[in-house]
Design a protein around this ligand. Structure first.
Ligand SMILES: Cc1cc2nc3c(=O)[nH]c(=O)nc-3n(C[C@H](O)[C@H](O)[C@H](O)COP(=O)(O)OP(=O)(O)OC[C@H]3O[C@@H](n4cnc5c(N)ncnc54)[C@H](O)[C@@H]3O)c2cc1C
Length: 144
């Protein structure tokens, strides 16, 4: 795609964040301080990354100024903290394409067909894109 082609439906933005784990969520805050609104994408259907997917109830003891907080509480606090910055969430979709354009922007596309042209991209993908591990049983697909 070249600079002069922006098909209808492509979201033009200043910032795209890949990954809505704790790092991606706090990136919304840092960009917000610069008055930059972000679009944030995650393959999970909800924000929080490992904290919410793997250990929502486990206590965490190494967050500055919080003697103890669970994975869910940390996620909820981060979401509260970034509320004023009005990020747009695109959940349940994986970033499958990132292409640098001639004009310096990045073309980003997801598994659901959402497309962006963004001036900046922040990769906060942690250990990678969460995917469901499905049972390997014949005929299981009709129950998914
Ligand atoms: C059991 C367990 C206990 C832990 N306990 C602690 C603790 O007590 N203290 C501590 O400091 N740390 C702990 N950690 C580590 C901590 O959870 C991670 O360091 C932290 O989650 C990293 O945050 P992140 O935002 O970088 O990545 P993640 O939390 O991994 O989030 C990355 C997100 O990016 C998404 N993503 C990646 N690629 C794509 C893509 N292409 N398209 C769309 N989405 C994508 C993923 O789906 C994911 O939601 C623990 C980890 C585990 C597993």
């Amino acid at each position: 795609m070249t600079q002069n082609q922006t098909p209808a439906g492509v979201i033009e933005t200043d910032a795209v964040i890949v990954g809505a784990g704790p790092v991606g969520l706090f990136q919304v805050f840092e960009l917000g301080l610069l008055e930059i609104k972000a679009h944030i994408i995650d393959s999970l259907a909800y924000p929080g990354g490992q904290c919410i997917e793997l250990y929502p109830d486990k206590p965490i003891y190494d967050i500055p100024a919080l003697p103890v907080v669970t994975g869910k509480e940390l996620t909820d606090n981060l979401l509260k903290q970034i509320e004023p910055f009005g990020a747009t969430f695109h959940l349940g979709q994986e970033v499958t394409t990132v292409e640098k354009q001639d004009d310096g922007r990045f073309f980003v596309a997801t598994s659901k067909g959402t497309q962006f042209l963004t001036k900046t991209i922040f990769i906060a993908g942690g250990v990678g894109s969460f995917q469901p591990r499905t049972l390997k049983v014949d005929g299981i697909d009709k129950f998914e």
